[in-house]
Design a binder for this molecule. Structure first.
Ligand SMILES: Cc1cc2nc3c(=O)[nH]c(=O)nc-3n(C[C@H](O)[C@H](O)[C@H](O)COP(=O)(O)OP(=O)(O)OC[C@H]3O[C@@H](n4cnc5c(N)ncnc54)[C@H](O)[C@@H]3O)c2cc1C
Length: 483
């Protein structure tokens, strides 16, 4: 959590909140849906793009790229990007996997670039890495002029009140120490802890505040509501023994992956973004919403990105079945990027030491079930039914589960319920338009803003760090201009 003092390089501190990793911007339609929902074009893709560009340094020189590609990227920002090719990682199955996707109609994007606003298709993985190392935001952005308090758990925001206004004046730490802001307080505790701190400060649903003996400051029923996250399921796949013997997948017997370039990024080539069959999507929305969706339904007006699939040259991260890490298997992840399920974050006590109570309500809508089923069947088809896939993949390793291609909808859903988990992309719990206004001020109070993933009112079909960096950059501009 940060308390920030205007005039002390606010942008550095606001953006120093993101975890490093996959650099995946997402779909322009998602930012546009966000802007439309809150009625403020500053949050559209077009208007977030300058902030995305400001954040990044593309691995390639600007003049070495086609003008249309260069126009989408930054070349002098603090966060360095790297692609599979730019790091010299040459995975033996690269072309086979690409060909397998092509056989089901998914082709490579222009320049294999998924970070240009239209990710539907096959893109080369891009990561936030400099010289092979992941970048922490605290190393990418300078902290000069910023006071950082470590080992300092924030309990609550403190306020002053007069007849008409309640104004945030500072924070209280768990040990009772108080720190006062010179200008305003900005909460950036993430989608789980920001709503917790708001509630501990007396800002939240009246009943929850009362149950936990917290003196109310503002009845704000939407604090903690609207929680969304990207659900992820992994699957293991057995390689043909003759292909495995060539050392194409990471494992204890495979020397290739010990070469130094393979330590510079994840063991995969392609990030594949796909949509859902329209008629099935309409039926799923109708089942969830109780009536046929109108033509201007936000999930139908454009072809939206719903699923991300990664085929990974390593067998790992799956609870069952137990597979030796010997290069005999690969794995896949299917991620639901556009969930319509909404959960809630709440509290169980008035102590900041107690974890917030998180009910993600994953996979509770027909749309989300359709997305996960479709993603699983799609990757099974790519690996087991295409000529290119059959040339390296023998079968699915699905101990204890019905094979994907022969499973019923109910069997697939049971499998997702048993094995899927988070992608660590929660958002939405202090949503813009509900809890904060479009300048990130907590509605109904003075001197308090939220700048983190909790303000994202709708899911972004991405890995969230790019969106959070761009949000923080735009927030810094807004805050700077407001004084
Ligand atoms: C394991 C993991 C891997 C990820 N990998 C990727 C990836 O590869 N690519 C990608 O794009 N995204 C990735 N993400 C997602 C990305 O990191 C988040 O979306 C992003 O960091 C959200 O930013 P935020 O500012 O909302 O919250 P956070 O980055 O979580 O920042 C919240 C901060 O507030 C602090 N805090 C919370 N409560 C208190 C308190 N009471 N007092 C004081 N401080 C407090 C926390 O310690 C934390 O530093 C990953 C996330 C995780 C967890």
């Amino acid at each position: 959590m940060l308390i920030k003092y205007l005039g002390v390089g606010i942008w550095e501190t606001v953006v120093n909140k993101c975890v490093e990793g996959g650099w995946i911007r997402g779909d322009a339609h998602d930012y546009d849906a966000w802007a439309k929902l809150v009625g403020d074009e500053r949050w559209s893709y077009e208007n977030m793009l300058p902030y995305m560009k400001k954040t990044e340094t593309h691995w390639s020189a600007e003049d070495a790229l086609p003008a249309t590609v260069a126009a989408q990227h930054g070349f002098s920002g603090p966060v360095f990007q790297a692609s599979v090719s730019s790091t010299g990682r040459k995975f033996p199955l690269k072309d086979n996997v690409k060909q397998a996707w092509a056989e089901i109609g998914i082709s490579e994007l222009p320049g294999a670039d998924g970070n240009a606003g239209s990710p539907l298709g096959l893109a080369e993985l891009q990561e936030n890495r400099r010289d092979g190392l992941r970048q922490l935001s605290s190393s990418a952005y300078p902290l000069e002029g910023v006071t950082v308090l470590t080992d300092s758990l924030v309990k609550r925001v403190i306020f002053s009140k007069d007849l008409y206004t309640t104004t945030a004046t500072g924070i209280e730490l768990a040990d009772g120490t108080k720190k006062y802001a010179r200008k305003e307080v900005i909460l950036s505790c993430g989608a789980y802890r920001t709503p917790q701190i708001l509630m501990l400060s007396g800002i939240g649903p009246e009943d929850i505040l009362a149950e936990n003996g917290i003196e109310p400051v503002l009845d704000s029923p939407e604090v903690g509501a609207n929680l969304w996250d990207h659900l992820l399921i992994r699957t293991l796949w057995k390689l043909l023994p003759s292909v495995a013997a060539q050392g194409v997948s990471m494992g204890s017997n495979n020397a290739l992956f010990t070469e130094k370039e393979f330590a510079t990024g994840a063991p995969l080539d392609w990030v594949v973004s796909t949509t859902l069959p329209r008629e099935e999507l309409i039926a799923a929305i109708a089942a969830d919403e109780g009536s046929e969706p109108a033509a201007d339904h936000p999930l139908l007006t454009q072809t939206r990105t719903f699923i991300e699939t990664l085929i990974i040259y390593a067998a790992g991260g799956v609870a069952t079945p137990a597979i030796p890490f010997d290069g005999s298997h690969i794995s896949s992840t299917v991620i639901g990027l556009m969930p319509t399920s909404r959960g809630r974050v709440t509290i169980s006590s008035s102590s900041p030491v107690d974890a917030p109570v998180i009910d993600p309500k994953y996979f509770s809508t027909s749309v989300d079930k359709l997305a996960m089923r479709t993603g699983l069947r799609q990757v099974a088809k790519v690996l087991l039914k295409t000529n290119a896939g059959k040339a390296f993949c023998e079968d699915e390793a699905a101990e204890g589960h019905k094979l994907i291609l022969s499973a019923t909808d109910a069997e697939l859903e049971a499998r997702v319920a048993a094995l899927a988990g988070t992608t660590f992309h929660p958002g939405g719990t202090a949503a813009m338009g509900r809890v904060v206004d479009t300048e990130l001020n907590v509605i109904g109070l003075k001197g308090l803003r939220v700048v983190d993933a909790s303000v994202l009112p709708v899911p972004i079909a991405s890995h969230l760090q790019v969106a959070v960096y761009a949000l923080a950059e735009q927030a810094a501009d807004i805050i700077g201009r407001s004084k």
